[in-house]
Design a protein around this ligand. Structure first.
Ligand code: 8YV
Length: 321
């Protein structure tokens, strides 16, 4: 059957997969396109020198990224299709200079990342992991479990009021919290108080939740001064990127009681979590599971495939960065 304008023809696409992506996505990428697995090559530089010109698409993730060297080794690259909303480990400048489009997977993960933030917030305030360990250890028969902290009526300060921040706000409001936020600009459609200064927001907040993009501009935005402003009753929740927090300063603030506790899904050097952080009782640690539900990872995979499919058909990309 002849192609119509409404059904553009698929052209053959070669996809270089930068690292191990989630199994459903791997399966569909490898079942649909001519693919190669970069990370399995014994000499990736030699592989790129010999075969780099073959690939129009690089499939990667917010964890794996794409550096200058990789992008420059792919002379016919048209699209970097990344899993995840965060694109901080992708060299966007090099991609732009080379005319390479970048897509990510925004919005589909907002609800699940916000759920993870709420789980950490309640988990720290109500000491849920600690309470679980207490019951399992058989301590209930002989001891009283220490009291937690009520979240209702407290102020939740959110740094980064994008799609994820908004979902976090509506969840904490449902728990009776008040919301204030910081970001590059105030959002006229939101009823929450805007703070231009992170320090002022940290000083006002009982809980500070981080849901802002990572990268050079936001590196160590939570520094010793912000932690000091959050204060001895304050709780820090991070579902953004480890890079946004000065982790050494956080460990010392937690150890010295300068803040009350922290719930962390992301770390500066994943998957390595400093033993000094693991040793602390007043922290709840999860292994970067923000978007990690079957449903959301499936939706993220679909978006990656739809973007590559759009390129193959000559259609506009669905979620360009
Ligand atoms: C992903 C994330 O797990 O969306 C993001 O930026 O951090 C997570 O949802 C990560 O990108 C790896 O795929």
């Amino acid at each position: 059957m002849a192609n119509t304008a409404a059904e553009p023809r698929n052209r053959p696409i070669h996809v270089l997969i930068a690292g191990l992506l989630h199994p459903g996505l791997m399966q569909r990428l490898e079942g649909t396109y001519a693919t190669s697995r970069l990370w399995e090559q014994s000499d990736s530089r030699a592989f790129l020198a010999e075969h780099g010109a073959r690939f129009e698409v690089l499939a990667t993730s917010g964890a794996i990224g794409a550096d200058k060297m990789l992008i420059e080794s792919l002379p016919n690259l048209e699209l970097i299709a990344s899993v995840g909303v965060g694109v901080d480990p992708i060299d966007l400048k090099t991609a732009r200079n080379r005319g390479v489009a970048v897509t990510n997977t925004p919005n589909v993960l907002n609800g699940c990342v916000a759920d993870a933030a709420l789980g950490l917030l309640l988990g720290v305030a109500r000491r849920i992991a600690e309470a679980d360990r207490f019951v399992r250890a058989g301590d209930w028969a002989t001891e009283k479990f220490p009291l937690g902290t009520k979240v209702g009526g407290k102020l939740c300060g959110i740094i980064g009021m994008g799609g994820i921040g908004r979902e976090i706000a509506s969840r904490v409001v449902a728990c009776g919290m008040r919301v204030a936020y910081h970001g590059p600009t105030p959002k006229s459609d939101l009823p929450y108080e805007y703070y231009g200064s992170i320090i002022d927001l940290a000083r006002a907040a009982d809980v500070l939740v981080l849901s802002l993009p990572g990268g050079g501009k936001t590196r160590h935005i939570v520094d010793p001064r912000v932690l000091e402003a959050l204060g001895p009753h304050g709780i820090l929740i991070n579902v953004a990127r480890g890079s946004v927090v000065d982790e050494d300063a956080l460990v010392s603030a937690l150890a010295n009681g300068e803040i009350a506790g922290a719930g962390l899904d992301v770390f500066e050097n994943e998957p390595h979590v400093p033993p000094s952080l693991i040793a602390l009782k007043n922290v709840l640690l999860t292994p970067h599971i923000g978007s990690g539900t079957k449903e959301t990872r499936e939706a993220m995979a679909h978006l990656v495939l739809d973007n590559i499919g759009a390129l193959a058909r000559g259609l506009p990309l669905i979620s360009p960065v």
